[in-house]
Ligand binder design. Structure first.
Ligand code: PLP
Length: 439
């Protein structure tokens, strides 16, 4: 079988059916900067950085060299058995960027595993510290935390769960800014916080172990949480003995214009979950930053306090080497500042070029989204219109993606885009929308 045939016949493409995927099939052979190149040599500007993770583009020599060096020196040992230099050095480096005190790290192989780790750790710690009732996890309507069972149980999109019998760990989702977007109304920080507080009180705060939130709700449509909401949540959780988990899988490593979105908001959670951009997409890796007292509780107590949890590939040495190089490049090249400037430029370009039917542009750093409205009926566009925009943009050489519900375009271009790349992204996005909207 040739590559295309084997791909269609044998590969499960997540979240979709071959009947639809068949028309979208694209075999990527290479990449250069923010561009990907298909098997026929066509170049596309990647407006979504792979899946929001290839922040340094597709040809960053410093990351590739670090990985090559590690793979040819010591390709693998598991942290379950031994240790290795890249994990220890990366833990040091992460401690430098972590919110105050969150200077211990649990490594995983990706975002969902990191969320699982955070949830299990909260439950374990609450058992160890004599609060066995504190097991429930509160999350937000529209929050996305991954597809493993535990992560899925706190993910706030009902449709993802419909097929699975979930004995979720007593989780509940509070209405959120995403709820307000769906209702096409505004929700301020006070209202958003009131919903979470009500949800916790209804569950009984003494049974709630943690609240997990994304500082910018990515899959829901790049919806930034107001800093006041996060601050109020942190204060409330601290008083109620509830751990606050920031899921920074999407927002971490410069995506919002800050190394961590927690810095941007000036809020200190108890646990931070990381993934995606940590290696710029060059290798699978996740990490959980954990407040020092929780580490001490589990590491220095009697045997039953040990956290019995781990993954063979968690903290893979080649991935850790990639992460160290990624962090150096972000810092050395001043990419956080660049993301802040570039995000503003791209948002302005989109706002100026977009047809009226699609003007609502949300932007935090290089996380952007555009809600597509139905040109005739008002309200949100049907998913087919969103899919048509994505197809049209691809014909014009730009990769876009709609998110949940199919009516929101999410953009998250690589940090290495030039101004010309960003202007191209804005103009092609707008012209694709216009072309689809114009019968
Ligand atoms: N958390 C957030 C905020 C995410 O955006 C994602 C993935 O999109 C995940 C967790 C899950 O990460 P992964 O797909 O690497 O398991």
């Amino acid at each position: 079988m040739d590559v295309k045939t084997a791909d269609l016949a044998r590969v499960w493409h997540p979240f979709q059916q071959t009947s639809i995927y068949r028309d979208r099939q694209l075999i990527i052979r290479g990449g250069e900067g923010p561009y990907i190149i298909d098997d026929e040599g066509r170049r596309y500007l990647d407006g979504i950085s792979g899946l929001w993770n290839v922040c340094l583009g597709y040809s960053e020599p410093r990351v590739a060299a670090a990985m090559h060096k590690q793979a040819t020196t010591m390709p693998f040992t598991s942290l379950i058995v031994f240790s290795h230099e890249p994990a220890a050095l990366l833990a040091e480096r992460l401690a430098e960027i972590a919110p105050q005190g969150l200077d211990t790290v649990f490594f995983t192989s990706g975002g969902s595993e990191a969320v699982e780790t955070a949830i299990k750790l909260v439950r374990h710690v609450n058992l160890v510290r004599g609060c066995p009732a504190k097991q429930k996890i509160v999350s937000l309507h529209g929050g996305y935390h991954g597809m493993a069972y535990g992560a899925l149980s706190v993910t706030g999109f009902g449709i993802d769960k419909a097929a699975f019998v979930l004995e979720a760990p007593g989780s509940a989702q509070a209405p959120s800014l995403y709820t307000a977007v769906l209702e096409q109304r505004d929700m301020d920080a006070a209202e958003a916080f009131a919903h979470v507080r009500r949800c916790i009180e209804m569950l009984d705060a003494s049974t709630v172990g943690a609240v997990i939130v994304e500082p910018v709700m990515g899959v829901a449509g790049m919806i930034p949480q107001p800093a006041q909401f996060l601050a109020a949540l942190a204060e409330f959780c601290a008083l109620a003995g509830i751990f606050l988990i920031f899921d920074e899988v999407a927002t971490g490593f410069g995506r919002t214009g800050w190394m961590l979105a927690a810095d941007r908001a000036g809020v200190r959670p108890d646990i931070v979950v990381l993934g995606k951009g940590i290696t710029a997409g060059y290798a699978p890796l996740g990490a959980v930053l954990i407040d020092r007292p929780l580490f001490d509780l589990c590491q220095d107590g009697p045997p039953e306090t040990a956290f019995m949890h781990g993954f063979t590939y968690g903290g893979h040495p080649v991935a850790c080497a990639a992460a160290l190089a990624t962090m150096s490049v972000i810092e050395a090249d001043g990419l956080c500042e660049k993301v802040r400037l570039d995000g503003a430029r791209l948002a302005q370009g989109l706002r100026e070029a977009m047809p009226p039917a699609a003007r609502s542009v949300r932007q935090t750093g290089l996380m952007l989204s555009i809600d597509l409205l139905d040109p005739v009926m008002g309200g949100f566009a049907a998913p087919e219109l969103g899919a048509a925009v994505v197809a049209e943009a691809r014909r014009r050489g730009v990769i876009l993606r709609t998110t949940y519900g199919g009516f929101t375009l999410n953009l998250a271009p690589p940090f290495v885009c030039t101004s010309a790349d960003l202007d191209l992204l804005a103009s092609v996005t707008a012209s694709a929308v216009t072309a689809v909207w114009t019968p």
